[in-house]
Design a protein around this ligand. Structure first.
Ligand SMILES: [Fe+2]
Length: 304
């Protein structure tokens, strides 16, 4: 028999729920859920939603699930546009040991991208846009090269879509996995990314419209850089104007990970096969010691 008293007024609810959860044997679960309930109840008591507003809020949350499938993750998108993903990123990655700044994973990481040789292109079907040569090194915080580091790369096409959203693009277009050589070097070819709108056909889009928010992300390329014994780096390298960086709907752009994308207006012997005008970017990633974990992909497939 529970000793929880019967509810008599709104002030009775929070202690009753906390009491009901107090016997959870997992201390972390107990602490997190106690805090969540305290904040949730305080939020409801502060905003005092009507019954219609509460029903609408529950429908919005349910719609996040209904709009999530193998090619779209509306739940991750909601966490992103509410700033939760960037806050989690900053709580867990402060950049204070000289490592490259991280950025949110986003909803479009598929995993299982094809393994590529250094220098290969990740454009797997005709992709409009200026060619890009991206290269650099992966080092530790003391500048020593990390050989065999894995770089998982993905980006949207200049048309503004990831391949999983776009039937015009080949499977795994603009996605690939590379490994550094003995000197920690890597290189790949692609197209210069462009800014794009996040998907607006679901409940997140409805919220953005109601808030008069632009759904845009500045141009960027996603990276997961990992090596045994080093904290896995999830980040994005940005190539856009300052105004676009400051107008990121998911609050992911950081100055430390904005890079120079250098235009070339003539053919170059250093970059054979690149058709002018093309761009080059050199960027070095720095990993700090830590666990070599790997994120679970928010999506797994391509919209047919
Ligand atoms: Fe992205």
């Amino acid at each position: 028999m529970s000793s929880t008293p019967l509810i008599g007024s709104e002030t009775d609810v929070t202690p009753a729920v906390l009491g009901a959860m107090a016997a959870a044997p997992d201390a972390r679960l107990r602490a997190v859920m106690e805090s969540a309930v305290r904040h949730l109840h305080a939020f409801l008591l502060e905003t005092r939603p009507s019954e219609e507003e509460f029903e609408a809020a529950l429908r919005w949350i349910a719609a996040l699930g209904h709009h999530t499938d193998e090619a779209n993750n509306e739940v991750v998108l909601a966490a992103d546009v509410l700033g939760a993903s960037t806050l989690i990123d900053l709580i867990n990655n402060d950049g204070m040991q000289g490592e490259t700044m991280s950025a949110l994973l986003g909803p479009f990481y598929r995993g299982a991208a094809p393994e590529c040789a250094n220098g290969e292109s990740i454009a797997r079907s005709p992709t409009p846009g200026a060619q890009l040569h991206f290269s650099g090194r992966v080092t530790d915080v003391d500048g020593r090269p990390i050989a065999g580091a894995k770089l998982d790369v993905w980006q949207a096409s200049p048309a503004g879509f990831y391949e999983n959203q776009d039937p015009e693009q080949a499977d795994f277009n603009l996605r690939g996995v590379f490994h550094t050589d003995k000197d920690g070097r890597f290189a790949f070819r692609s197209v210069r990314p462009a800014g794009y709108p996040v998907p607006t056909g679901g409940p997140v889009g409805a919220l953005l419209r109601a808030q008069r928010r632009r759904p845009m992300r500045p141009a960027h390329i996603h990276f997961i850089v990992s090596a045994k014994g080093y904290k896995t780096l999830v980040t994005q390298i940005f190539c856009d104007e300052p105004a676009a960086l400051a107008d990121d709907v998911v609050f992911g752009a950081k100055q430390q990970i904005a890079a120079d994308f250098v235009p070339h207006h003539a053919a170059s012997a250093r970059h054979p096969g690149m058709e002018p005008p093309f761009f080059t970017c050199e960027y070095d990633f720095v990993l700090k010691p830590g666990p070599s974990t790997y994120p679970v992909p928010p999506i797994s497939g391509k919209r047919s």
